[in-house]
Ligand binder design. Structure first.
Ligand SMILES: Nc1nc2c(ncn2[C@@H]2O[C@H](COP(=O)(O)OP(=O)(O)OP(=O)(O)O)[C@@H](O)[C@H]2O)c(=O)[nH]1
Length: 326
């Protein structure tokens, strides 16, 4: 088979902040460990924590962090995909699949358009599926946000995730509401983004005709758009250790008092007296932290944290972070 005859399947994973995209990606990579997969991730904010949270060590992970993948990074995406094509030509083992995880604040349209409207890209790649992961616990809270509506509209697979946190009645209500935006997509209810992946991958379920009934202008113009200006992010990158007690106090305050406006917070923590890295993850008032692997000898211990939310008060967050330093 000549390389030209083979189009690399692309799976686009989209969904709002904290919905369970990285959890899904990890599950797919585990399940498809025999495949040669290239992962492209893009994060909201200038810091990528996701590469730290992806458990695999085998797959090639490419980060695009110079902005949101749906706007100024489109060129970077094409450059990245061109590099993949070049590598593909020189290697005996073909790339089986590309998986793109967009930021939680991305409109997936420009990513989809890249594969439909750019001639070189459409000759080399084929969209297999566009999967939107939906946070059943917080979906109603964000349903009016443009980005979430676009993510729902452009998907051919919808995962109603975190169904462990809501009642069956709520799931039915969510399905009804989401069905008004996108009646065509296949729907699955999941916990921790777990499902039989043969139902969403490799089926070439992406149907342009369905999409055009929802978004008739998709192929007419490049989807430039503005982001919700009220959603902002702040990153802390600091190599000084944190005091556990103070950190607990601060996070308890943040979650209780600011949880509503804190859409997403996550990171790797360097805490005095703890030998392992600590991963912390939060979505609104739901917060968890776990010990990860030991810090490596050659690794510089440091904190890498991102807060994303509505009208965040940066100086208050900075003050809080500084208070937690040993
Ligand atoms: N209770 C519960 N928690 C979940 C479920 N799925 C994911 N989580 C947790 O939700 C948090 C966010 O999950 P991620 O997979 O990082 O979400 P994401 O969509 O990649 O988030 P962004 O990085 O903001 O784009 C993590 O703490 C997960 O462990 C679920 O089904 N139920």
């Amino acid at each position: 088979m000549r390389i030209r005859d083979y189009k690399i399947p692309v799976n686009i994973v989209t969904g709002f902040l904290g919905a369970g995209k990285t959890t899904l990606l990890n599950k797919i990579l585990e399940e498809k460990s025999n495949e040669n997969i290239v992962v492209i991730i893009n994060e909201f904010g200038e810091l990528s924590v996701d590469h730290q949270l992806i458990v695999t060590t085998k797959e090639e992970i490419i980060e695009i962090n110079s902005g949101c993948i749906c706007c100024n990074v489109r060129k970077d995406l094409i450059d990245t995909l061109n590099t993949i094509i070049r590598k593909q030509k020189g290697h005996a083992r073909p790339i089986d699949r590309v998986i793109i995880e967009t930021t939680g604040m991305a409109n997936p349209a420009p990513v989809i358009q890249t594969f439909l409207m750019d001639i070189e890209m459409s000759r080399s790649f084929k969209i297999d599926s566009v999967c939107a992961v939906l946070d059943a616990k917080h979906l109603f809270q964000h349903i009016e946000e443009d980005e979430l509506q676009q993510q729902i509209a452009f998907a051919d697979v919808l995962l109603f995730n975190k169904t462990d946190l809501v009642s069956e009645h709520t799931v039915k209500e969510l399905e009804r509401k989401v069905g008004e935006i996108n009646p065509h997509a296949k729907r699955f209810c999941t916990v921790n983004s777990q499902l039989d992946f043969t139902q969403i991958i490799g089926l070439h379920s992406f149907e342009l005709s369905n999409l055009l009934t929802i978004q008739p202008d998709l192929l007419n113009n490049i989807a430039y758009h503005s982001h919700n200006q009220k959603v902002n992010s702040i990153v802390f990158h600091d190599d000084r250790a944190l005091d556990l007690q103070k950190l607990n106090n601060w996070l308890a305050y943040l979650v209780q008092i600011k949880g509503e406006s804190l859409y997403r917070y996550k990171g790797i923590l360097f805490i005095k007296g703890i030998e392992e890295r600590v991963v912390f993850q939060g979505v609104h008032m739901l917060f968890a932290s776990t010990k990860d692997r030991l810090w490596k000898q050659e690794e510089k211990k440091c904190n890498e944290i991102v807060f994303i939310g509505k009208d965040l008060d940066f100086s208050e967050l900075e003050e809080g972070f500084n208070y937690c330093l040993v």
